[in-house]
Design a binder for this molecule. Structure first.
Ligand code: MSP
Length: 536
């Protein structure tokens, strides 16, 4: 039985509409899933929404709606954005769905029956926005004064709280986790985050993580089956989605095919939950080291130089970028996807601005790719009545630079694969775009418009376009994970049937022949007028 590649995104909080940060994790996950599918692998991409907890209950109250109606409504905004951005997920789990609620309750019962949960009462402090309970001892470890304590994570004021409930043992599992992490340097990527985790593990962990909340404080949550006066802590509930959706409780055969996740894609802000609590939860459930998932924590988007926040009023709505700023672009969603994954290296922080996205659109997409496709196909129409030749590499000796161009396209495969496998999306795109640049230079150097005027240069002219045709085919395949519609459009404009399905579709032609290009080949990325930006 071959293992399915199992990829996950965080479950997004539905307390407000999706923004650029959410779309970033989502687009990265989708590009990775599409890459693995192109590589011929079975893939299961899971996403969904995190719908419980006080934060959501408060947002629902502020909107004057019952929590369930509120999360139904906001959840739809996420789904429709994923549709707009062409996110091909295999399952969408909502934490309020019965399949998840029941599985969480069974898992809790199993843990309790196995003696893995402790019952206790704690006096301490509570951070409402983070939904985190802090003991005095923990605050002291973080160097925080207990006279006017603030949350060690978000620096906001804490409220006094007495927490009675059920606890997961953290400290008792610390040694196991430390050894596991030390032995598996790929457990968390990129390296900076791995080192951050090692740092967290050097300090003693809090003894316990409280995984229940008294109903007197939080009502919007999954009922604890053996403690009716409590609901499940929202993070404990949400993390479990990664195993409830693939069938941990009710479908062990399916679960065995999917688990462990090849990668949980997350943002760097939720590393602690995923790299400390989650493996400990899995370990307490009896999973072995070989059953531990892997994590990649990406960086954050700033808006210009600012942090994106409600109070600054600078939240970027992806639908407004795609439908507003990029209005009129035939491939607006693809251009947005490209920008997100090209602009910053995956794992680092970066800055969003309208100018930056338009520059990428005009320069990389318009000048490099769009122009290359357009001039190649227009000249094919003009000089060859739309018949595009293809030739195997061994034939490429009629014109200087042809062989180097083909070698460049063939060599791209290894660097592309290596970068995609290590989630270096911007690196992969950089390599792909370098091929487009090389092809534009090849056109300039071989000057087909001059060759076309010399009847004796027909063989050279044919070869220029045979080379360009195969280069464009290669580009269309490698761009597909990032820009699925653009990849398919280039493919179709070349007169190829269907759409790119496999990485091997990028292989250079092995026989000579010719093919009719599509009758229509509209410009892929019409130039955007930068002057129109109000604040430029
Ligand atoms: N509900 C939790 C996750 C539970 S997973 C079991 C959560 N949700 S969230 O909606 O607040 O965040 C979801 C993802 O969006 C996180 O990976 C977070 O890092 C990402 N982003 C939120 N703002 C972001 C930026 N400004 N930039 C990049 N990504 C950021 O956390």
């Amino acid at each position: 039985m071959t293992k399915t590649i199992y990829l996950t995104t965080p479950l997004y909080y539905v307390n407000a509409s999706p923004h650029i940060g959410h779309s970033y994790t989502q687009v990265a996950a989708d590009a990775l899933a599409r890459y693995h599918r192109l590589a011929g692998r079975e893939v299961f991409l899971l996403t969904g929404t995190d719908e419980h907890g006080q934060k959501i209950a408060q947002a629902a109250a502020a909107a004057g709606k019952p929590p369930q109606a509120f999360v139904d409504e906001v959840g739809e905004r996420f789904k429709s954005l994923w549709k707009m951005l062409d996110i091909a997920y295999d399952d969408f789990i909502r934490t309020t769905e019965p399949r998840h609620v029941q599985a969480v309750q069974q898992i809790l019962t199993r843990l309790k029956d196995a003696g893995k949960l402790a019952r206790a009462e704690y006096q301490g402090w509570y951070c409402t926005p983070d939904e985190t309970f802090w003991t005095e001892a923990e605050l002291v470890t973080h160097g925080i004064s207990t006279s006017a304590p603030v949350c060690p994570t978000c620096q906001r004021a804490l409220e006094p709280a007495k927490e009675e409930g059920w606890y997961l043992r953290l400290r008792a599992n610390q040694e196991w986790l430390r050894a596991f992490v030390a032995a598996h340097p790929d457990f968390v990527r990129p390296q900076t985050r791995y080192h951050e985790l090692l740092g967290l593990l050097e300090q003693p962990l809090p003894e316990y993580l409280c995984i229940t909340r008294p109903k007197s404080r939080v009502t919007w949550g999954i009922a604890v089956p053996f403690a009716p006066e409590h609901v499940v802590y929202v993070w404990f509930d949400a993390l479990l989605n990664y195993i409830t959706a693939p069938g941990y409780v009710d479908d062990p055969v399916r679960f065995a095919r999917l688990w462990p996740a090849e990668v949980h894609l997350i943002g760097k802000d939720i590393l602690r939950h995923h790299a400390l609590y989650w493996p400990i939860m899995l370990h307490e459930l009896g999973m072995t080291d070989a059953q531990m998932p892997r994590i990649f924590a990406h960086g954050w988007w700033r808006i210009g130089e600012q942090k994106m926040s409600k109070s600054l009023g600078n939240i970027v709505d992806p639908a407004a970028v795609v439908g507003g700023l990029l209005h009129g672009q035939p491939f607006a969603a693809d251009a947005y996807r490209y920008f997100l994954l090209r602009e910053i290296s995956f794992g680092q922080d970066g800055s969003f601005s309208e100018v930056a996205i338009l520059k990428r659109l005009n320069m990389d997409l318009g000048n490099d790719v769009g122009n290359l496709v357009h001039r190649t196909l227009s000249m094919t129409e003009r000089y060859f009545a739309g018949q595009l030749a293809f030739q195997p590499i061994g034939h490429l000796d009629a014109i200087s630079g042809a062989r180097a161009m083909a070698d460049g396209a063939v060599a791209l495969h290894a660097s592309y694969v290596q970068r995609m496998e290590s989630l270096d999306f911007s690196g992969a795109l950089e390599a792909v775009m370098a091929l487009a640049t090389q092809a534009n230079q090849f056109i300039e150097a071989s000057a087909p418009w001059k060759l076309a005027k010399q009847p004796e240069a027909r063989a050279q002219l044919t070869q220029v376009f045979a080379v360009l045709g195969d280069v464009l085919k290669t580009l269309s395949v490698y761009l597909t994970p990032f820009m699925p519609l653009v990849g398919a459009a280039i493919w179709a404009q070349l007169g190829l049937p269907g759409r790119p399905e496999r990485l091997s579709d990028a292989a250079w032609s092995t026989a000579a022949g010719e093919r009719r290009i599509a009758a229509e080949h509209p410009v892929l990325f019409p130039r955007m007028d930068m002057e129109k930006l109000e604040h430029v």
